[in-house]
Design a binder for this molecule. Structure first.
Ligand code: IMP
Length: 195
């Protein structure tokens, strides 16, 4: 069995990835390494932040590990909120305030195209590898739906008339940015560690 560390303390994300990886991999989160602090994400790109988190953990544990970073990128706002998605309206990571700020910024904008982008950085003794997943869509006029988290109530993926927050988790997972990135990572790992 191959052991991997995911630089996250989010049990929802850890379980989601554990299921996709399957029984040949043993996935641990940061808790098992007794890393309880928020690893800083000081950079201007998702790629740099994901790499910084993965390097931080790799230096501590010297074990194959990976980290992710996600942003919502609005075309007419030149990619905002992007890397600032979690803290768009302030340091307290308030999803409701973030959505209201974004809706306000877009009040006079008719081009509402947007995408979620997830970057995963993986590190082991052979080097550093990046994997990207995207979900294209647009920003609704107001919040709709109760499921999910973050900007889900205002993001309508292409091909649907529903926001992510109006979908059940199973449907969202088949089309989400995170799923797309994790699927690429999983294919890479299965190939690398198959004997
Ligand atoms: P993280 O890098 O996964 O922590 O994501 C950063 C921020 O992007 C989160 O705090 C959310 O505001 C937003 N975000 C990430 N993934 C999603 C999603 O699937 N739906 C809605 N918002 C998301």
């Amino acid at each position: 069995m191959t052991s991997l560390v995911f630089a996250s303390n989010n049990p929802y994300k850890i379980e989601e990835i554990r299921v996709i990886l399957g029984p040949d991999f043993h996935l641990s989160g940061l808790e098992s390494l007794h890393i309880n602090e928020d690893i800083p994400e000081p950079y201007q790109t998702l790629e740099e932040n994901a790499l910084a988190k993965a390097r931080y953990v790799y230096e501590k544990c010297n074990f194959p590990c990976f980290a992710d970073d996600t942003g919502l990128e609005v075309k007419a706002l030149h990619g905002e909120p992007g890397v600032l998605s979690a803290r768009y309206a302030g340091p307290d990571k308030n999803s409701e305030a973030n959505m209201q700020k974004l809706l306000h910024q877009m009040r006079n904008i008719s081009d509402r195209r947007a995408r979620f982008r997830t970057v995963i950085a993986y590190i082991d003794k052979d080097g550093e590898f990046l994997f990207e997943g995207r979900a294209n869509g647009h920003i609704g006029q107001h919040a709709c739906g109760e499921a999910g988290f973050g900007y889900d109530p205002i993001f309508i993926p292409d091909g649907y008339d529903l926001t992510f927050a109006q979908m059940d988790a199973a449907l969202k997972n088949t089309i989400s940015h995170r799923q797309a990135a994790v699927t690429k990572l999983t294919a890479f790992l299965k190939h690398k560690f198959s004997t």
